[in-house]
Ligand binder design. Structure first.
Ligand code: 3AT
Ligand code: MG
Length: 336
């Protein structure tokens, strides 16, 4: 491990820039797809406003944060009076949508986050609608603002998400990590480069402040002023992909540390009291949510899946170091 943590990046790493950029480009959703998403949102707004004229619909998740690859589902939040009974609204909403031009409408009232799922045959887009999950709308804005500062974040996150999906480690119900967690890992990683590629927006003067569910969300959001921020760091996408996997394979201290985008640093598990298992939360890999700071996005990871994850990070790091054709091997589907 010590040998590996001091391992130097392969000499021909920059040979991989063009193929990684090509993969990134191929994952960007085309304009037609964005237009179809808007079309579906407009249809939903029309249907919802008949029943709830005061309610608002917000896009959130990767389609709104700019971390969505092509053919992603869209995530929609219906924001309304806080006192409503979510299950009732979910059932009513499913009812309204069912009777119109939409397909496969399902109300999932017992999920951790209750949602209505549906498919729009006109655009082929699938959609999840949740109620009053405003914190997710705000964390989506934070991610989108980070993405505008340096294009290498979006490039790295697309490649990491594509890798995680190909390798089957993007499944929270199987104890691996959500896309949201992977994007936070990428932001944290770029905050830690020297010179830094990303700043810590929550440590800067707050230009955007909202209070959601008693949580004050405050950060600097005039990101167009930060478009030069990362320019002193000349690392290329191939170098960053190499370093990202190298970090999670050999350098991260899983036993003692928590990654924190909020502070732009590593925190100790002890200060967060995330050292032992409480209920089902095991804290085997710790990723602090930027706003709900009692929330560890790694809590879904159990003693089996942590092994799977770490082996996948090591596999990826080794491929990036030694493989003749990493841009293919890295994304080879995992077959159980
Ligand atoms: P995909 O492109 O759909 O894989 P995504 O970023 O849209 O990635 P999800 O669809 O899983 O991710 O989640 C949608 C959004 O919900 C992302 C984030 O704003 C919020 N979210 C997801 N998981 C959590 C979580 N555990 N805690 C807080 N917010 C979350
Ligand atoms: Mg999504």
């Amino acid at each position: 491990r010590n040998f590996k943590s001091s391992m130097e990046c392969r000499w021909d790493i920059d040979r991989l820039n063009a193929p990684f950029l090509a993969i990134y480009e191929s994952l960007i959703p085309p304009e037609e797809e964005k237009a179809k998403q808007k079309q579906l949102l407009t249809l939903l707004e029309k249907l919802v406003s008949k029943e709830w004229p005061e309610a608002r619909l917000y896009l959130y998740g990767s389609c709104a944060s700019s971390f969505g690859v092509c053919k992603s589902d869209i995530d929609v939040c219906l924001a309304m009076d806080a006192d409503i009974d979510k299950s009732k609204v979910i059932l009513k909403l499913a009812d309204i949508l069912e009777s119109d031009k939409l397909q496969d409408v399902q109300a999932l009232t017992r999920a951790r986050v209750p949602i209505v799922k549906l498919m729009d045959p006109a655009t082929g887009i699938s959609c999840d609608i949740c109620i009053n999950n405003v914190l997710a709308v705000v964390n989506t804005k934070l991610l989108r603002d980070y993405a505008q500062i340096d294009v290498r974040l979006r490039q790295l996150a697309f490649i990491v998400k594509h890798w995680a999906k190909s390798r089957g480690v993007n499944e929270t119900y199987q104890g691996t990590l959500s896309s949201y967690a992977y994007v936070l890992m990428c932001i944290h990683f770029l905050q830690q480069r020297r010179p830094a590629i990303l700043p810590c927006l929550q440590e800067m003067e707050a230009t955007y402040v909202v209070t959601v569910d008693n949580i004050e969300c405050a950060f600097f959001d005039e990101v167009e002023k930060l478009s030069d921020f990362g320019s002193r760091n000349r690392e290329t996408i191939a170098q960053l992909v190499w370093a990202f996997f190298h970090y999670w394979a050999y350098c991260h201290d899983y036993t003692n540390t928590v990654i924190s985008v909020r502070t732009g640093s590593l925190l100790s598990k002890r200060t967060k009291d995330w050292t032992r298992r409480i209920g089902n939360d095991r804290h085997l890999i710790c990723i602090e949510d930027p706003f709900d700071i009692s929330h560890d996005l790694g809590r879904v990871v159990d003693k089996f899946s942590i092994k799977v994850l770490r082996e996948e990070f090591e596999r990826a790091a080794e491929i990036m170091q030694y493989n003749a054709n990493p841009c293919v091997t890295l994304f080879e589907p995992y077959i159980a």
